[in-house]
Design a protein around this ligand. Structure first.
Ligand code: F6P
Length: 341
C-alpha cells in the first residue's frame, strides 16, 4: 500500500513519535510506501512531499515539534481545496491519508473523508479537548512543563510576597490549568468552562493573606473569562485564520487583583514553552501506539475513522464523533480540585 502522512495545526510534543511509528509499522512490517506532506494540508494541496523511509525517521522519537512542519491551512479555506486534494491523492496513487491534528484538522479530515477520500485521523493537542479520546498526546508534556514552572514561581512569589497570575494554554477548556494547578497546589484556578466573578477571586486570594500567608498563585487558562458584567474585559482580537489571539487574562487579572488587594501582582504567560521540547515518556508511548493503530486501520480498510484511547485500549472511532463536540472538563473534576472558581 501507499500512504501519505501529514501534521497540521499547532504543533505538539509527540508528533514525531507518531510519524516514526507509522513508518516503522507500514514500511518495515507491511512493506508499504509512506510519503510525508510538508506543512500540513498545504503539502497535500500543493503536492509538496518527501518519501519517508527508516532513515528519515531515525532519531526523531524524542524530538519536539514535527519534522514534516505544520500550518493552519485548511482545504475548505480554498475554493477548490477538496478537488485539489482528491486530484493529488489520485495522481500520487495513495491508498490512504493519515492526518495528525487537532479539532480543525480533524474537521477537515472529516470533510475530505465525506468527499470519498480514504482517511484515518490521529488526534493531537496539548489542550486534551478532543472528544472521543480519553487523552491526547502532548497533554502530559504540557502539564509537566506548566507544573514545573508553577513550582519555580512559588519560591519567587514567596520571596516578594506577591500574587502571581500564571496563564497556561487552553482556549476552550481548562484541562492544563486544572492538572497543573492541582499538581502544583495553586491557590485559585480560573477556566473557560466556568466564567468567574472577580470579587470572588479577590476574596479567595485575600483570605489567604488574612490567614497569614505571604504569597498566592492563581492559574488562569488563556480562554478564561469573567462572568458578564463583573469586570471590564478585553477579549482580544482574532488572527488572520480567525483563531483567538488572547488579550492576556493574566495581565488583566494582575491589575484587578493588585487594585483590590493592595498586594503586588505580576502576570506570567507560559505560552508556547508548553508546546515545545521533548515529549514525556507517556506521550511518546501514546503517540507510538496511535501511529501503529492508524496503519492497522488503513490495512483493515476502516476509513473515516480516528484512533482514540479508551481506558487503556486504543480503539477506532468515527471522525464524526471526534469533531461534534469538545471534551470539556466535567464539573466533578473541578470540584475535586477545591480551588477552581
Ligand atoms: O490548540 C493548541 C494551542 O496550543 C492552544 O492551547 C492555544 O490557544 C493555541 O494552540 C495557540 O495557537 P498558536 O500557536 O497559533 O498561537
Amino acid at each position: 500500500m501507499r500512504m501519505g502522512v501529514l501534521t497540521s495545526g499547532g504543533d505538539c510534543p509527540g508528533l514525531n513519535a507518531v510519524i516514526r511509528s507509522v513508518v516503522h509499522r507500514a514500511v518495515v512490517d507491511h512493506g508499504d510506501d509512506v510519503i510525508g506532506f510538508h506543512d500540513g494540508w498545504r503539502g497535500l494541496l500543493e503536492c509538496d512531499y518527501r518519501k519517508l523511509d527508516l532513515d528519515a525517521v531515525s532519531g526523531i522519537l524524542a524530538r519536539g515539534g514535527t519534522v514534516l512542519g505544520s500550518s493552519r491551512v485548511q482545504p475548505a479555506q480554498l475554493r477548490d481545496g477538496v478537488e485539489r486534494a482528491r486530484g493529488h491523492v489520485a495522481d500520487l496513487g495513495l491508498d490512504a491519508i493519515i492526518p495528525i491534528g487537532g479539532e480543525g484538522t480533524l474537521k477537515a479530515a472529516r470533510l475530505l473523508s465525506d468527499s470519498g477520500l480514504p482517511i484515518v485521523g490521529v488526534p493531537k493537542t496539548i489542550d486534551n479537548d478532543i472528544a472521543a479520546t480519553d487523552v491526547t498526546f502532548g497533554f502530559d508534556t504540557a502539564v509537566g512543563v506548566a507544573t514545573e514552572a508553577l513550582d519555580r514561581l512559588k519560591t519567587t512569589a514567596e520571596s516578594h510576597q506577591r500574587v502571581l497570575i500564571v496563564e497556561v494554554m487552553g482556549r476552550h477548556t481548562g484541562w492544563i490549568a486544572l492538572h497543573s494547578g492541582m499538581a502544583a497546589g495553586a491557590h485559585a484556578i480560573v477556566v473557560p468552562e466556568r466564567p468567574f466573578d472577580i470579587e470572588e477571586l479577590a476574596a479567595r486570594v485575600g483570605e489567604r493573606f488574612s490567614a497569614g500567608k505571604k504569597f498566592a498563585i492563581v492559574v488562569a487558562a488563556e480562554g478564561a473569562k469573567p462572568r458578564a458584567g463583573t469586570m471590564d474585559f478585553d477579549e482580544g482580537a482574532k488572527d488572520i485564520y480567525g483563531h483567538e489571539r488572547f488579550a492576556g487574562i493574566a495581565r488583566q487579572l494582575s491589575l484587578e487583583l493588585e487594585d483590590r488587594l493592595g498586594k503586588e501582582a505580576r502576570p506570567v504567560i507560559l505560552g508556547h514553552v508548553q508546546r515545545g521540547g521533548t515529549p514525556t515518556a507517556y506521550d511518546r508511548v501514546l503517540a507510538t501506539r496511535f501511529g501503529w493503530h492508524a496503519v492497522e486501520a488503513v490495512h483493515a480498510g476502516e476509513f473515516g475513522m480516528m484512533t482514540a484511547l479508551r481506558g487503556t485500549e486504543i480503539v477506532r472511532t468515527p471522525l464524526a464523533a471526534a469533531v461534534e463536540t469538545l471534551k470539556t472538563v466535567p464539573d466533578a473534576r473541578y470540584d475535586e480540585a477545591g480551588v477552581v472558581l
